[in-house]
Write a protein that binds this ligand. Structure first.
Ligand SMILES: [Zn+2]
Ligand SMILES: [Zn+2]
Length: 320
């Protein structure tokens, strides 16, 4: 299985201002200390080896969209945030090389940051493409139709050329899709959200975003632990650091890095991807949170095997 992150930011797409790039270039030049490079490739090699990710790279600003590549017959995509536009362009290129035009979507919920990419999803405009939208929300179709009403968007939903179907699932019923066994669980969030678990023989990925796990209610999290059990990768909503989650941001429907580590440790998961980054956080802020999370994981690990903590960014690929 291969997991590709097309959008990792929460709530609102963000793009850096000009002064952000300038600060990165200035930091890199100071770090290079007058060193000379034969060409850009050599300079890029230096940057990767010597600079931190927040300086040479960026976490990106597209809202949630994660592809899970498990099967050659169909695409599998979690959520339709603004990252979906880039996925659509990539998929169009892959289909030109022979990939079947079948798309299975798994919607966590219907908040705007998780559906806003669909009107810009090019395959939806193609005759012959098949789109299956799996959801736990009975009103998913209404939400997608509404965002393409004339007051908001120039092309109505009914003019999309692809064959589009909606399948509403119940949390207790698992199903087969895109070559995987899929199960979903209800999560605490405004109007409810659903986490998905994708199993193939010997491999499992969990996509669990927009879910609030309150630190004082960890005893109630046994269902979540069972859902995360022995997963190779858990993609988890870690919008806030614990300090913020218990003070300023309580009851906003999101979770902290610390709670995600605790749940993954209890569940025996192997990797955690921090996800749904707060839109006001800079690259340096997100990197700092990642470093804090690594230190926390090490401090509380005890006798358990190491939980590898990744920090998701737009463009990250994780192979399992
Ligand atoms: Zn969200
Ligand atoms: Zn939400």
């Amino acid at each position: 299985m291969l997991v590709r992150f097309w959008g990792t930011r929460g709530s609102l797409p963000v793009a850096p201002h000009a002064d952000v790039a300038l600060a990165k270039v200035a930091r890199a030049l100071v770090a290079a200390g007058g060193r000379r490079f034969a060409d850009e490739a050599e300079a890029a090699k230096f940057a990767r080896a010597e600079l931190d990710f927040a300086t040479y790279g960026a976490f990106g600003g597209a809202t949630p969209c994660v592809e899970i590549e498990a099967d050659e017959d169909a695409f599998a995509i979690c959520d339709m945030g603004s990252g979906l536009r880039d996925f659509g362009l990539s998929a169009t290129r892959r289909c030109a090389e022979g990939h079947p035009r079948v798309y299975h979507f798994f919607l966590s919920h219907l908040h705007w940051d998780h559906i806003m990419g669909f009107p810009f999803f090019r395959p939806a405009y193609e005759t012959g493409a098949r789109i299956v939208i799996h959801t736990g929300h009975a009103d998913a179709e209404a939400a997608l139709r509404r965002q393409q009403e004339a007051i908001s968007f120039p092309v109505p939903f009914d003019e999309l050329k692809a064959h589009i179907e909606f399948i509403v699932h119940r949390p207790e019923e698992s199903f087969e899709a895109a070559g995987m066994e899929v199960s979903l669980v209800r999560q605490s969030h405004a109007r409810g959200s659903f986490g998905y678990r994708f199993d193939r023989p010997g491999k499992a990925v969990v996509y669990s975003t927009d879910a609030e796990h309150k630190p004082e209610d960890m005893d109630l999290e046994e269902d979540v632990e069972a859902f995360f059990a022995n997963a190779d990768l858990v993609i988890c909503d870690t919008m806030y650091s614990l300090g913020e989650a218990v003070s300023l941001k309580q009851d906003l429907g999101h979770s902290s890095n610390v709670v995600a580590v605790d749940l993954c440790h209890s569940a025996g998961a192997r990797r955690l991807a921090l996800f749904h980054h707060e839109p006001s956080y800079s690259d340096a802020d997100i990197q700092r949170m990642h470093e804090e999370t690594l230190r926390y994981e090490e401090a509380v690990r005890g006798e358990r095997p190491r939980l590898e903590v990744l920090c998701a960014y737009d463009g990250l690929e994780v192979s399992l």
